[in-house]
Design a binder for this molecule. Structure first.
Ligand code: FES
Length: 316
């Protein structure tokens, strides 16, 4: 955990602020690569994840962009209302689940709304390394699009394409942009679920292959829960066994029996609830573990993940 202070807060667009975080003692912050995010521990006890959107070579600050989401369960509202320059915050070291593929020779970047934050960082890195790329940025309106000036004044402004819902003539023609998949062309998308689904579905329809598609969700992708059944969890230390019915999560069942598992996002994004699995095979529904980590089946996120086997034995 690192303690930082808010050095600056800036309005970037309607309902979007950026926060510049610097170290307390002036020492360089841990390095990060494009696509990385940090956990921010908020004053009300919540932990939220925010992508870093400054240039990845900078060590003197982290920059995050935060949308004041009307459906916020507290995180973004808390930042917008309580966090001012001078506020001290605890953050995690950067973690990257949305890294640029080193083998890509060309990249197509798609950002929807506040999804611009990791994409902006990627564009800065690609531009500096001389790589070929184009950035498509979709937003409801110009006033809701953050960092537009920074993009338009950047050395790569000619590779930035803005698409605003309020200007139908600028609409993104995803089928045209994605018409020519090839091995060394990689796609990166971040934004609201519907936007990401549209870009990814269009890419697949145009023949793109899964290894060339990279995405980062702000929330776990919607899951079809209609076929969910019940299963049991056993706590290895006490030997207690509890039934998890189809309509409740493991965390909810454990909590109702007085077993506390630390939680934050409750949707498989943050990893706060990560729990070791000693026996059984989890059905992973999180966006936190990488595919390789999930395939080991030795840990899972009990806030949202379930079980493929009748019993899971947990290291609790
Ligand atoms: Fe965030 Fe479970 S509480 S992944």
């Amino acid at each position: 955990m690192i303690e930082v202070q808010v050095a600056a807060r800036r309005d970037e667009a309607l309902d979007i602020c950026s926060y510049e975080l610097t170290s307390i003692d002036g020492q360089p912050l841990p390095p990060f690569a494009a696509g990385a995010h940090i956990d921010v521990h908020l004053p009300d006890g919540l932990i939220r994840q925010y992508s870093l959107c400054n240039h990845p070579e900078e060590r003197h600050r982290y920059l995050i962009g935060v949308l004041k989401d009307p459906s916020s369960r507290g995180g973004s509202r808390s930042l917008h209302e309580q966090i001012q320059p001078g506020t001290r915050l605890l953050i995690s070291e950067p973690r990257n689940l949305f890294a640029l593929a080193p083998q890509a020779r060309r990249s197509l970047l798609f950002a929807g709304g506040i999804g611009i934050t990791p994409i902006l960082c990627m564009a800065e890195h690609l531009a500096q390394s001389g790589a070929a790329f184009a950035l498509h940025y979709c937003a409801r309106s110009r006033e809701r699009a953050a960092f537009v000036e920074r993009l338009q004044q950047s050395p790569y402004a000619d590779r930035v394409f803005l698409h605003f819902d309020e200007q139908p003539a600028t609409a993104l023609d995803a089928a045209r942009v994605l018409a020519s998949p090839c091995d060394d062309l990689h796609l990166y998308v971040c934004g609201p679920g519907g936007f990401m689904q549209h870009v990814l579905d269009t890419a697949k329809a145009q023949g793109w292959q899964e290894p060339n598609l990279h995405r980062e969700y702000f929330a776990a992708a919607p899951t079809d829960t209609t076929a969910d059944g019940s299963f049991s969890v056993k706590l290895a230390r006490s030997g207690l066994v509890f039934e998890v019915p189809a309509d409740r999560s493991v965390v909810q069942v454990l909590e109702s029996h007085g077993v506390e598992v630390p939680i934050s996002c409750e949707q498989g994004v943050c990893g706060t609830c990560l729990t070791r699995v000693l026996e059984g095979v989890p059905e992973h529904r999180d966006m936190f573990l990488t595919e390789a980590e999930q395939a080991l089946n030795d840990q899972f996120t009990p806030c949202c993940s379930r079980s493929r086997t009748p019993l899971l034995v947990l290291d609790l």
